[in-house]
Design a protein around this ligand. Structure first.
Ligand code: NAI
Length: 326
């Protein structure tokens, strides 16, 4: 049998955690023959630690053959010790009347501390996936703490947006989701994101040839994908959790599968017109130990104008947290 992979999950007693941990432990993320050790971090309050224990009790009660061990802690240095994957889900939600700048800064503090701890104690091959919002800026802050681990180990999740975008195209065209390919998300995980329908395909044909109503694509499709998170909160009274956990499973599984092509928020390195040093969604192809950005898509003026909007937002977020970038 294979040696176990250590997976840290922060915010493990939260909503996404509850939809995520059981699927990791059952082998859906890293393979049905891959033992895992879960290292679960929660804040030190009695309520959170007690809820975490409850989740761990349920994990135990599943008798998952692949779940070799669990660590429950409120200490980042314990949670990230020797981990191969760190899934940073926990973050502080926006409270009533709270400004976006305060949210960015409050969360920034969490990601400074966690970035430092990961760099100090995680395994040499550690990879980090940030879900906690604002995830593009949080991952940038964490990555800037790293002295040992290279920046390309740090990614943030735009896969939920890709999955949402594919589903909406399939629904409009009346085809199976499997017919939709090459739909990639550019930029920020926020309503400014650009779901690039201009290069996406349905049944191998350009989306724009299958869905010829350009006004629908620009004025209905893009806002529907961009504001889907808010629509879920409106309908459910809670933010998306099962679909977010599912997207994280997809994000990690595909990063661990050489050849997989998918949308990931990565260090832009100035690609596709994004500012150097911001983390932006773009298409990547997974490699044996990381990813390479797919740089071959030519953007037309419309796509460039959309990328500019989401890039401006990312640059603005970076400006707000510039004192936190080390
Ligand atoms: P939640 O509020 O149910 O759970 C978050 C958990 O994180 C709580 O249990 C909290 O105690 C914990 N936490 C807070 N600060 C922490 C810290 N410093 N260390 C460890 N744990 C900490 O929230 P939910 O629904 O699970 O969502 C988690 C995050 O994921 C939110 O920031 C949300 O905005 C984000 N999200 C991101 C998506 C994406 O596509 N990137 C999609 C959906 C949600």
């Amino acid at each position: 049998t294979k040696p176990p992979i250590r997976v840290a999950v922060t915010g493990a007693a939260g909503n996404i955690g509850y939809a995520l941990l059981f699927r990791i432990a059952s082998g859906e993320m890293l393979g049905k023959d891959q033992p895992v050790i879960l290292q679960l971090l929660e804040i030190p309050t009695e309520g959170a630690q007690k809820a975490l224990k409850g989740v761990a009790m349920e994990l135990e009660d599943c008798a998952f053959p692949l779940l070799q061990d669990m660590v429950l802690t409120d200490d980042a240095n314990v949670a990230f010790k020797d981990v191969n994957w760190a899934l940073l889900v926990g973050s502080k939600p926006r409270g009533p009347g709270m400004e976006r700048a305060d949210l960015l800064k409050d969360n920034g503090k969490i990601f400074i501390a966690q970035g430092k701890a990961i760099d100090a104690v995680a395994a040499d091959n550690a990879r980090i996936a940030v879900v906690g919002n604002p995830c593009n800026t949080n991952v940038m802050i964490a990555a800037n703490q790293a002295k040992r681990l290279p920046r390309n180990r740090f990614t943030a999740m735009v896969r939920l947006d890709e999955n949402r975008g594919r589903a909406q195209l399939a629904k409009k065209a009346g085809v199976s989701i499997n017919e939709v390919s090459e739909l990639f998300i550019y930029g920020n995980h926020s309503p400014t994101m650009f779901a690039d329908f201009t290069h996406a395909k349905i049944g191998g044909k350009a989306v724009t040839d299958v869905i010829t109503d350009r006004a629908w694509l620009e004025n209905e499709y893009l806002p529907t994908v961009g504001k889907r998170g808010a629509a879920i909160i409106d309908a459910r009274g809670q933010s998306s959790a099962a679909s977010a956990a599912n997207a994280l499973i997809d994000h990690v599984r595909d990063l661990a599968t050489p050849g997989a092509v998918h949308s990931v928020a990565v260090d832009s390195e100035g690609r596709y017109g994004f500012a150097e040093g911001v983390w932006a969604g773009m298409p990547v192809r997974s490699t044996a130990d990381g990813y390479e950005v797919i740089t071959s898509y030519e953007m037309d003026d419309f796509a460039k104008s959309k990328i500019k909007i989401t890039n401006d937002e990312l640059v603005g977020e970076r400006e707000t947290v510039k004192d936190m970038l080390g």
